[in-house]
Write a protein that binds this ligand. Structure first.
Ligand code: PLP
Length: 419
């Protein structure tokens, strides 16, 4: 075996505190049907995972954090280039939103165009190491594409369940990478229920969000990277568009692990969950002071990745928001589309509606006084816009006949529209 140096020791029930072997395929905690989290020998990890040693590890994307990742044998790693995404200063947008120190973490640069790649890379790699050869997952879009891609790379069978109204790009991506696709007349929660029932019948392992312990391990590397990119410290605020909450829960776990191995101190950023007003179970529970979120009825938003009516890791998200002194914000549907084109014009690129939702929360956080003008604010630009139906209000381009056109007329029209 070609050892990675992983210091994985056991799994722990996130709510029950029960411990389990990490070397068997497991979904939820059998004690309470809540998430299991991976635990590591942090003293051992601290000996080799140092700022100096990381300097020399410039390959393998997120996998260079090997000590704190679950895969034990190098040969089981399915790596398609995920991780190591840039942290970009967004000065023009930041000035416009009243937060000059605004940064985006450009997660759309991951394979398959979203940060779902991180989670699926870790989950598929570790499950294959433990003997899985087929997978199921529910998906609002991006998770399915990522699972299909990583499953194909691992030579595994993939079955994805998606809501019937998912965007064509998400459907095509699964099919083009050899996945089996089942459309469900319902929401992601309905897909999830069927995925869990179907998996054992077809000899597959279900990798629904936080219903197995390793997608969160892949996504926690966003927290590792942020700390490294800020020079072994943290920004003041992290704004995260929240569906199942894997990334937020993962980053919160990452900061605790980095503190335990001595790479950061006890300081933490304020963690902020953003949801759409049409599906805001975490925001509602946060405002009511509840630790568990009631499922949202009639979930509706164009930001499909955060159209998640109920999250099995709700208490992990809510605990992190509260412990960090953070908050939760629900944004208007209209502001999502507006921010998509505004961010584009400000040079952020063609961002997903989820990224736009997170950016749209920034002025609201400023107005509420939760974010100050001097704060360093990182917003997760979680995926590319190209996979979604376009925002409304885009203009219809003129069509020119190359054998019969008047360049003066074209120029005049452009000059007139700019005036
Ligand atoms: C899945 C997804 C989210 C939500 O991420 P979670 O970590 O599951 O909360 C946000 N944006 C995009 C583009 C997604 O694909």
């Amino acid at each position: 075996m070609n050892r990675t140096g992983s210091t994985l020791t056991h799994l722990e029930g996130a709510l029950s505190g029960e411990t389990y072997s990490a070397d068997e395929l497991m979904n939820l905690d059998p004690a309470d049907n809540r998430p299991l989290l991976a635990r590591y020998d942090l003293d051992r990890a601290a000996r080799t995972l140092t700022a100096e040693s990381l300097e020399k590890r410039r390959t393998g994307g997120l996998w260079h954090w090997a000590e704190l990742l679950p895969v034990r044998d190098q040969d089981h790693i399915v790596h398609l280039g995920e991780g190591d995404t840039p942290l970009l200063a967004q000065r023009r947008l930041g000035d416009a939103l009243g937060v000059p120190h605004l940064f985006t973490k450009a997660e759309g640069l991951n394979p398959t165009g979203s940060f779902k790649a991180r989670g699926m890379s870790a989950a598929v790699s570790r499950a294959v190491e433990l003997g899985a050869s087929a997978f199921t997952a529910p998906s609002a879009g991006n998770a399915g594409g990522a699972l299909a891609a990583y499953g194909a790379a691992a030579g595994a069978e993939v079955t994805v369940l998606m809501p019937v109204d998912v965007s064509p790009a998400n459907r095509d991506e699964v099919l083009a990478t050899g996945g089996r696709l089942i459309l469900v007349e319902g929401l992601i929660s309905d897909c999830g229920k069927i995925s869990v029932e179907l998996a054992p019948r077809i000899g597959a392992f279900d990798v629904s969000t936080l219903k197995e312990p390793y997608r969160v391990e892949g996504k926690k590397t966003m927290g590792f990277e942020l700390v490294e990119q800020f020079g072994w410290r943290l920004p003041d605020v992290i704004v995260y568009p929240t569906g199942g909450g894997t990334g937020l829960v993962g980053m919160w776990k990452a900061f605790a692990e980095l503190e335990a191995i001595g790479l950061i101190g006890p300081e933490r950023p304020q963690m902020v969950s953003v949801q759409a007003k049409g599906c805001a179970p975490i925001v509602r529970a946060f405002e009511r002071g509840e630790r568990f979120a009631e499922p949202w009825e009639g979930a509706d938003t164009r930001a499909s990745g955060i159209r998640v009516p109920s999250a099995v890791g709700d208490f992990l998200i809510l605990d992190a928001l509260r412990e960090s002194g953070g908050t939760a914000v629900a944004v208007d549907e209209g502001s999502i589309g507006e921010m998509q084109t505004f961010a584009g014009r400000m040079g952020v690129g063609y961002v997903s509606p989820e990224s736009a939702a997170a950016l749209a929360a920034v002025p609201e956080l400023r107005d509420r006084g939760e974010v100050g003008p001097g704060d360093e604010v990182v917003v997760f630009d979680c995926g590319i816009g190209q996979k979604y139906p376009p925002p409304s209000g885009l203009s219809e381009p003129p069509v020119v006949d190359p054998s019969d056109y008047d360049v003066d007329e074209i120029a005049e029209r452009i000059m007139a529209s700019e005036g």
